[in-house]
Write a protein that binds this ligand. Structure first.
Ligand code: NAP
Length: 312
């Protein structure tokens, strides 16, 4: 028996034909609206919203196998109410995203983009003792807002740079504390006491806009904000103003509230390192993400439980 399924076309090259056995795949191009029909599964990228209208148009849908660990592009409540399973791809992208977070920490702290621009401009006049002075990491404090898989993986790299770690999460992480010397504090204390604040909470109604005018004001003068989680955690105009005023030292961002659009004021703000949502972008990780999404779909269509459901 073949199952009619919708799969994001961008995944074609990451999947082997054997993984698609028993499936009649309709490849869904980016920008193409989600079609109506008797499809039983959809494998969307995080850029595709899947909610009430899509569920109405896909009456036979059994599973949304999202190709991301975050699933804020899916109306999970509406799905659950209709008995549609939702799965994500946790774990496989943890290390790649933690590495990229460190790329942003180092790039912002040591002013990499300004250095590259200076060299390319032809205006570099040679070594100068006060040129592009950055933040020395050793002895500073890294604040992890959210310490799940990715937050902890970022934290586990920190002792090598001589950073002290603070973290905020709903539940304590004794093993992480033991291994890294990290201390759990509330979010407000974390903002006030960190030289670098790195965001690792998921996007949810409680966390949306968690970095706003008030929370930015609570951050240390000259502190650095890093966001490799989700763009809507940050009020982008407020961040731009904090950078313009020089209250924040720098911001390193991989994600934005309205991708691929970036708030024009943020785009123009000083001391930013802005990346195009490439946290998980390694060959290995992207293959594993596609593989888990399809394995979830195959498991459910084969009458078995999903491998990585987002709700029990
Ligand atoms: P995770 O393991 O679920 O960790 C989430 C952390 O946030 C946990 O520590 C959790 O606390 C904490 N948390 C959740 N809601 C909170 C709240 N309301 N207040 C305070 N803390 C809260 O997720 P993950 O695998 O680390 O991924 C984190 C996020 O990274 C994903 O949601 C995704 O959006 C993003 N991401 C981005 C990229 C990229 O390409 N840039 C790649 C991968 C993932 P508890 O541990 O106490 O539950």
């Amino acid at each position: 028996m073949t199952h009619r399924v919708l799969v994001a076309a961008e995944l074609k090259k990451l999947l082997e034909p054997s993984q698609l056995a028993g499936l009649e795949v309709t490849w869904l191009a980016a920008g193409e609206p989600t079609p109506k029909g008797d499809f039983v599964a959809i494998v969307p990228l995080l850029s595709r919203w899947v909610g009430g209208t899509e569920f109405k148009n896909l009456p036979n849908l059994r599973i949304v196998a999202n190709v991301a660990v975050g699933y804020n592009n899916v109306d999970v409540v509406a799905a659950e109410m209709r008995g549609i399973l939702v799965t994500n791809t946790p774990g496989v992208l943890t290390e790649a995203t933690a590495d990229l977070t460190w790329a942003l920490i180092l790039a912002t702290a040591r002013r990499l983009v300004e250095g590259v621009d200076l060299v390319r401009s032809g205006r570099w006049t040679g070594w100068h003792p006060e040129q592009l002075l950055g933040l020395e990491l050793r002895g500073r404090t890294l604040g992890l807002l959210g310490a799940g898989r990715i937050g902890q993986a970022v934290g586990r790299r920190a002792p090598a740079f001589g950073l002290r770690i603070l973290y905020a999460a709903r539940t304590p992480k004794p093993e992480f504390e033991r291994d890294t010397g990290a201390t759990r504090v509330d979010a407000s204390r974390l903002l006030a006491a960190s030289d670098i604040v790195s965001l690792h909470v998921p996007s949810s109604p409680e966390t949306k806009g968690i970095i706003n005018r008030e929370s930015l004001a609570r951050m240390r003068a000259g502190a650095i904000l890093i966001n490799t989680s989700r763009g809507d955690l940050v009020r982008e105009e407020a961040l731009a103003i904090a950078l313009e005023l020089g209250h924040l030292g720098a911001a390193g961002l991989d994600v934005y509230a309205d991708e691929p659009a970036i708030h024009p004021r943020l785009l123009a703000a000083p001391r930013t390192v802005l990346l195009p949502h490439i946290g998980s972008a390694t060959e290995e990780t992207r293959r594993k993400m596609a593989t888990i999404a399809i394995a979830n779909l195959q498991s459910v269509l084969g009458g078995k439980p999903p491998l990585t459901p987002v709700y029990a």
